[in-house]
Design a protein around this ligand. Structure first.
Ligand SMILES: [Zn+2]
Length: 348
């Protein structure tokens, strides 16, 4: 099979012929149709964050069709359409038992990120208990991005305890921000989106945002207070997570408000204890999502309640071109690679 292989950090991926993997007793073999590519892939390529053993195959937004199942697999069959939950969770530890699989302490890998080769290939392998069924009406590229952009957004909105009638400030409108905006709207909240430029402002409006703030030109906390009778936002969901956004995100919260941090950098954030305590603010971390969050976002997409956040498709064979496009900063939404089978299935 063809795979885009990472042989050395900071070097182009190599399109190689490699052996089709063989699934273990509890695993399935998946013919990949579509797999996203995002900032996490760029981070891994440059050696920041997760450091996989090389050679490695990236790809942590994978959707496809099961072609073989291990002896002990009973819930899935060849021909099933699936999206892959990235965490190879144990199913038995204290976190798995309460269905917080992304916090599993005996994880044996993360698809396309650590230990396990991902979906930038024609086939990949996952444990059967990592799979979520994908209805026929969901396009392959949309199913793929549920596995990271979608699940991350769904879980973050849940972590933020976002409720009907509240006002949420979303900072950043790439793939994840687009998903967060739509999920908040589907939850009956008013959504204000902070963006850098007009192109992204238009994008946020397309995703259903009620108000756009250009963070280079306005004082975001003041502007949000003007829109909320002087109170501030009930919840801020910071998809960017740099010092500047953290600071204005905190300053935007109303008393008792919640700040959910999705994005982050290696730096520490400046935290004012007085501001935190006197206003009873909450800072909430979020990691990917639970298996149930992946089910949730696939369901919302299948019901037609979430518009596609995929803006650019590339053939698997042009993985390096897709990377260059991502690095250029021109991607307004999610970038997805299609395998030859995926292109055929989608008539492209
Ligand atoms: Zn576990």
């Amino acid at each position: 099979m063809k795979a885009a292989v990472l042989r050395a950090l900071d070097q182009p991926l190599k399109l190689e012929d490699v052996k089709i993997p063989v699934p273990g007793p509890e695993e399935v073999l998946i013919q990949v149709m579509a797999c996203g590519m995002d900032a996490a892939d760029m981070m891994i390529l440059s050696g920041f964050g997760y450091v996989p053993k090389l050679p490695h195959v990236l790809g942590h937004e994978t959707a496809g069709i099961i072609t073989a199942v291990g002896d002990q697999v009973t819930d899935f069959n060849p021909g099933d359409r699936v999206a892959v939950y990235n965490y190879f969770y144990c199913g038995k530890c204290v976190y798995c038992r309460v269905h917080r699989e992304q916090l599993c302490i005996h994880m044996s890998g993360i698809l396309g990120i650590l230990e396990r080769p991902g979906g930038h290939a024609e086939y990949t392998v996952a444990l059967a208990h990592q799979l979520v069924r994908v209805p026929e009406n969901v396009a392959w590229h949309d199913a793929a991005v549920c596995c990271d952009a979608g699940i991350t957004a769904f879980h973050a909105v849940d972590r933020g305890g976002v409720r009907l009638g509240e006002t949420v400030l979303v900072i950043g409108i790439g793939g994840v921000g687009s998903m967060v905006t739509q999920i908040c709207k589907a939850s009956g909240t008013r959504v204000i989106v902070a963006v850098l430029d007009e192109e992204r402002g238009r994008r946020a409006l397309e995703m259903g945002a009620d108000h756009i703030l250009y963070s280079r030109h306005v004082n975001v906390p003041e502007a949000v207070r003007e829109l909320t009778a002087g109170l501030g936002a009930d919840c801020v969901i910071d998809v960017v997570g740099v010092e500047e956004t953290f600071t204005y995100g905190m300053d935007t919260l109303r008393r008792g408000g919640r700040l959910v941090l999705i994005g982050y950098t290696p730096e520490r954030y400046p935290l004012k204890g007085e501001q935190l305590d006197q206003n009873e603010l909450n800072i909430i971390g979020t990691r990917g999502g639970r298996l149930s969050d992946l089910n949730g976002i696939v369901r919302l997409v299948a019901e037609g309640r979430i518009k596609s956040v995929v803006t650019d498709l590339f053939p698997l064979e042009e993985a390096n071109e897709a990377l260059a496009f991502l690095r250029s900063g021109r991607a307004l939404g999610r970038v997805v690679l299609l395998t030859p089978s995926g292109r055929k299935a989608m008539g492209r």
